[in-house]
Design a protein around this ligand. Structure first.
Ligand code: AMP
Ligand code: MG
Length: 333
């Protein structure tokens, strides 16, 4: 009898333990890096070791890639015009140059002279004069970057800015790190960059909101799915200033030197690779809906959701199957 009671008590404890595990809440970490608030939710990291590794990894990347930290590899390259980069930064540059060619320069990592002129990396922003703008424009273009392995030389006053790809690359690197560490599930939110890893212990789907460009604290739509995915949003509402009643945002058209006015308020890219999703979110925002839809038709490595300035939502075929909470039009091949 006593043995049976003990056995039952043991079963009860085990059941409680297992339900406890299944309902397990994630460990949350919030920190500031790469000019933005970052939030990590990790399931299966009781001692916080993986979270610390993520924070360290992102801080190390920020120190290597920052344009404003004079000690960073990129700031030194911009300052001196020639340097040997670390293997990792050189590989990211090569990937960025490739994505620039693929998007016909809509994404361009040499956009820094323009970004700096508009003041988007500093304290004060202002519409530049046309002479200054022309001078900065003349320095922009990937033909001004000579890369041979880790050795890089910038011609013509060119300067690099990884602001359009760094957060997505960081999220991708951290996702790999978390998978290798055996984390059950994770949700990384690095500014407009979301990265999911694995499946939550309770098996429920991820639900990631797309910010309403008119009211960014509210979601205009939700993407629901399971498993690991990068979701990156570029939006004119994310960083901007106003002058004489006109809004100027931080996503520049490298061909005109002005903030891209393409009729889009935001672009969200879904892809396996965070770096790809990040670069393409910037590029497709610059392209506008029609060119972006055409670009998607010739690609097989991403899906997209577009919000127009008028608040209309368009989704590519596979993104549409994950989209809810709004009316939208489907872009099909
Ligand atoms: P994102 O938020 O990913 O769209 O990236 C915007 C950031 O990337 C800006 O703050 C700039 O630092 C930089 N940037 C702006 N326009 C471009 C562009 N056309 N291509 C590449 N980077 C850009
Ligand atoms: Mg981007």
């Amino acid at each position: 009898m006593i043995a049976l009671k003990r056995f039952l008590a043991f079963v009860l404890l085990l059941a409680l333990f297992l339900t406890g595990c299944r309902a397990q809440a994630p460990e949350q970490t919030e920190f500031f890096a790469m000019d933005t608030l970052m939030n990590l939710k990790l399931w299966g990291d009781p001692d916080g070791k993986a979270a610390r590794e993520v924070v360290q990894t992102i801080n190390a990347l920020a120190s290597a890639l920052s344009v404003t930290d004079a000690q960073s590899e990129i700031a030194r390259l911009n300052e001196t015009g020639s340097t040997a980069l670390s293997e990792e930064t050189a590989a990211l540059l090569a990937a960025a140059l490739k994505l620039s060619r693929r998007t016909d320069g809509a994404f361009d990592p040499t956009v820094y002279p323009l970004v700096r002129l508009w003041g988007f990396t500093g304290e004060t922003q202002a519409v530049p004069g046309s002479a200054e703008l022309q001078r900065a424009l003349a320095a922009v273009g990937t033909e001004n970057v000579l890369q041979s392995g880790q050795n890089v030389t910038l011609r013509n006053g060119a300067m690099l800015d990884f602001g359009g790809i760094a957060k997505g690359y960081a999220a991708e690197k951290c996702a790999k790190l978390l998978e290798a560490a055996g984390i059950e599930a994770a949700l990384l939110s690095l500014g407009g960059n979301v990265q999911t890893v694995g499946t939550k212990p309770d098996g429920s789907a991820w639900a990631v909101g797309i910010a309403d460009p008119e009211n960014p604290t509210q979601a205009i739509a939700t993407l629901t799915f399971t498993g690991s995915l990068a979701l990156v949003t570029s939006g004119g509402y994310q960083r901007y200033f106003e002058e004489d009643g006109v809004r100027y945002h931080h996503i520049l058209n490298p061909k005109t030197g002005y903030p891209a006015r393409s009729g889009l308020a935001s672009v969200t890219i879904l892809a396996e690779s965070g770096a790809l999703a990040d670069a393409l979110s910037t590029a497709l925002f610059v392209m506008g809906l029609d060119a972006a839809a055409e670009f998607w038709m010739g690609s097989d490595d991403f899906e997209a959701v577009f919000v127009t300035d008028g608040g209309k939502i368009y989704a590519t075929q596979d993104a549409a199957s994950l989209l809810g909470g709004c009316e939208f039009e489907v872009i099909s091949r």
